[in-house]
Design a protein around this ligand. Structure first.
Ligand code: MN
Ligand code: MN
Length: 470
């Protein structure tokens, strides 16, 4: 039996009223909004190129904040509405606060993103020579698929701290005339054994050795002549000896620059979108907030990729200590403040990938160009290891985004029992605040070249800005 046209339009209208919209965001937003997204992302690409490790992101954020009138927080000073302060945590994490009209009395608004990304860290004794090749031993940082990292041009970033208190910044491999480095792979002709291994075994951690040189120091044939040459170059450039590696934070990261992706330039390919793609928007949301109702605090944190442990990660007390100082200045107890506080944990989620469709559940996936994505919970294996945002807080957040016409979608990270992952949301929730994850969907997450959509980046900025200014 066929339906007549009138009946069809009635049911279509009813669907529009009763069903959730699954339309691609590009059909929902104006040309002007897409143009704004493209413009926003030009500066984001600059941030990606200049802030590949947490120390560089911290320095970038402090410089941008100072330019926008933020000054270093001093707990002996009195602050009033509209004052802008920052707290630098060991050059590896930073907090930006804008004091609100109500101060902390009604709770604070927290926006938290992480500025560390998966990479290859140098071991404390990294340098060695093998068969006349100089190499660095590494220990990978965060969750990587090891096979993705060989044959990718790498750059060395970080600091070397000397015994005299001097700190040397290292950044080699980013300029076009810089050398780069790489992990080598075996040629296919000789890889019968390697190719028959399961993927998790095909590359092990001790094979992620970085090639850094091949010429001997002198014409005298003697042992470790190539290593000597490298050490001599490093001594001449930085004044360091081999012992100094032990007091260094040095990382190998992909040397490529962020680039537009696609004939239509709708996406960005880059290392480290997770989680700079949320750190940059939340930093700008802080900078662009004038005088909020409640004090807003932006945290760019470290160590998320390795479980948030350590004094610069979200399991540390550095954020709550700062809020306690602000609360005390208002004559409040921090525990009363936290109970009234709300947080957007700004972190990425997996974007649905049609090539790997079996890993996703289509009804609860995030899609490229469908806007910023809210994840009520993350975790794995029966909602373990996650905070699950309450229905009431979800309602509050979606009301705000709808009111402000911010394009958003919701998702779960992949299929139930397909794996899983976590964010910093649970650490904030454990402090008795309301928190939910919100961020940008990413293709090829944790690989040396991740992909995001410009529209989604911009909508994440808009969500965070409206949250701060609600
Ligand atoms: Mn992340
Ligand atoms: Mn991650």
């Amino acid at each position: 039996m066929s339906k007549n046209t009138d009946e069809k339009s009635v049911s279509e209208k009813l669907k529009e009223k009763l069903f959730r919209s699954t339309k691609n965001g590009c059909y929902k937003v104006s040309e002007d909004e897409i143009k704004k997204a493209d413009e926003f992302c030009e500066d984001y690409k600059d941030f990606l190129n200049k802030a590949k490790i947490e120390r560089e992101a911290t320095a970038y954020a402090i410089a941008a904040a100072e330019k926008a009138g933020f000054t270093e927080y001093d707990r002996t000073k009195t602050y009033s509405a509209g004052d802008r302060v920052y707290v630098n945590n060991r050059n590896q994490a930073v907090m930006l606060a804008v004091i609100g009209k109500n101060g902390t009395h009604n709770g604070v608004r927290l926006g938290i993103a992480h500025i560390d990304s998966p990479r290859l860290d140098l071991k404390p004794n990294p340098l060695y020579e093998a068969n006349d090749l100089a190499m660095f031993k590494t220990h990978y940082y965060g969750g990587i698929k090891k096979y993705q990292w060989p044959t990718v041009p790498l750059a060395l970033h970080g600091v070397i701290a000397l015994k005299d208190g001097k700190c040397i910044d290292v950044n080699i491999g980013e300029n076009d005339d810089d050398p780069c480095f790489c992990v080598t792979d075996l040629l296919p002709h000789l890889a019968n054994e390697q190719m028959s291994k399961v993927m998790t075994k095909a590359f092990d951690g001790e094979q992620l050795n970085v090639l850094i040189g091949s010429r001997p120091f002198s014409r005298n044939e003697e042992s470790e002549n190539v290593k000597l040459n490298i050490m001599n170059i490093l001594f001449e450039k930085y004044g360091i000896t081999e012992d100094d590696f032990v007091s260094a934070d040095l990382s190998m990261v992909p040397a490529d620059k962020a680039r537009d992706l696609g004939f239509d330039r709708s996406m960005i390919a880059s290392y480290g979108h997770d989680d700079r793609v949320c750190a940059y928007p939340v930093m700008l949301a802080a900078i662009n907030t004038d005088i909020p109702e409640s004090t807003v605090i932006t945290v760019l944190t470290d160590r998320e990729e390795i479980g948030s442990d350590g004094n610069t990660g979200m399991r540390s007390t550095y954020m709550i200590d700062f809020i306690e100082d602000l609360a005390k200045a208002d004559g409040e107890e921090v525990r009363h403040i936290m109970a009234k506080s709300t947080c957007l944990s700004a972190d990425v989620s997996a974007a649905y990938d049609p090539t790997y469709s079996s890993a996703f559940e289509t009804n609860n996936s995030a899609y490229i160009n469908c806007g910023t994505v809210i994840s009520k919970y993350t975790g794995s294996g029966g909602k373990y290891s996650t905070s699950d945002a309450s229905a009431e807080y979800m309602a509050q957040v979606r009301r705000l985004l709808d009111d402000k016409k911010v394009l958003f979608q919701t998702c779960e990270l992949g299929k139930v029992d397909g794996g899983g992952g976590g964010t910093i949301a649970k650490f904030v929730a454990n402090l008795n605040a309301d928190v939910v994850d919100l961020g940008v969907p990413v293709l090829s997450m944790h690989s040396p070249m991740e992909v995001v959509s410009k529209l989604d980046v911009y909508m994440t900025y808009r969500a965070l800005y409206e949250f701060y200014n609600a």
